[in-house]
Write a new protein. Structure first.
Length: 257
């Protein structure tokens, strides 16, 4: 089973790229972030024509998450995170796919830090950590994937010293990520590639992609029930080089189920 995550940076602006990638990569499950479209304008017809069913949680101009499943419609089990009724951002959706609970998230960026946006990031992270603890305590195998907007370690950034004042690299963000791992989750890419340079995002400016001046912020956390099934993980880096593409590249894992 191949599960992928992809911050598309506007599902309408990148729809040709998304459809090309789906046809080429053929993931069984694809989790999307930054749809940047209200729910009623999600391009379901084009997604279904590509062979995928979908659930989504949209928002005008910002945020937005979706889960696509090849050949069927995912069974939605959770939309949004509890704990803050005033938080109307579309950042989390959860589905049951072939017996696996899949959570798709777009964690807040948090910049500028310090400030209100960084405070919101940490509050959201805490709510997500509570949800993750609930999920890992169940008997259901779980995958939590998406754009975490966290650079976990120095090796996950090109020239990490340039990120020290960024919300993605702040000690509080990295500590929150480590608290997640401490629950028993496996960082799938690092588990299989512990020493390799792996990036999932390259800025549009200053030739970042051409210089491979990237960061790793799109992650797969898998529950203990799935850790032994992990057979492969990687990044479709070439997609970042396509015309009119996202600043993220699709990231994926394969599970032997």
């Amino acid at each position: 089973m191949k599960i992928a995550t992809y911050n598309v940076n506007s599902v309408h602006a990148r729809l040709p790229v998304l459809l090309r990638w789906l046809e080429q990569a053929q993931p069984d499950v694809a989790c999307l972030q930054e749809l940047k479209t209200p729910g009623e304008k999600f391009p379901l017809e084009a997604i279904e024509a590509a062979g995928y069913g979908a659930i989504w949680h949209g928002q005008k101009s910002w945020n937005g998450v979706a889960i696509l499943v090849r050949g069927s419609t995912p069974q939605e089990v959770q939309r949004g995170l509890p704990g803050d009724p005033e938080d109307l951002h579309s950042r989390y959706i959860e589905a049951l796919v072939n017996g696996i609970r899949v959570g798709c998230l777009y964690l807040p960026n948090g910049n500028p830090a310090p400030g209100p946006k960084f405070d919101y990031k940490l509050r959201w992270f805490e709510r997500f950590t509570i949800r993750a603890a609930e999920l890992i305590a169940t008997d259901t195998p779980v995958v939590l994937t998406g754009d975490y907007n966290v650079i976990p370690t120095d090796m996950d950034a090109y020239k990490p010293e340039r990120w020290v004042d960024d919300a993605l690299f702040k000690p509080e963000s990295r500590a929150a990520y480590q608290r997640l791992l401490a629950q028993g989750w496996t960082d799938a890419l690092r588990s299989l590639h512990p020493t390799e340079t792996i990036y999932t995002y390259w800025d549009y400016f200053r030739g970042a992609f051409e210089r491979n001046a990237g960061i790793r912020i799109d992650h797969f956390l898998i529950s203990p029930k799935l850790a032994g099934s992990l057979t492969a993980a990687g990044v479709d880096r070439d997609v970042r080089g396509w015309e009119k593409t996202s600043d993220h590249a699709p990231t994926w894992i394969e599970l032997a189920l």
